[in-house]
Unconditional design. Sequence first.
Length: 119
Amino acid sequence: MIPTFVFVRGSGSAAHGWSATQREMASRGHRTLALDLPGRGADKDSWGRISHTFVKLTKDHSMPLALQDLYIAEADALTPDNPFDVHELESSHAGFFRKPAGLAGILDDLSVRAGAGSQ
């Protein structure tokens, strides 16, 4: 089964911001959805049931690495039996929208590990 990747943008942005990443993922044979959802926090009963990945952006000046690490730690504390699968991408806060291949590569590798990737 081919996994479907669901992209959710943050505050002040919209789903269309994922379009380049969606095209890159489609070229690798993946299905994607991009959603506009208001941020309401995480619920451990639902959040703890799904696998989740955090891509740390190492050149992000809007959200420094220390803050990204804090978000990861807080989420992992909420669901200690289901921690984030953390990856790093050399990118600014929105740089991967202009150059989606790096992010698509990380996601494709995740699907390979799940047995459904393009490799």
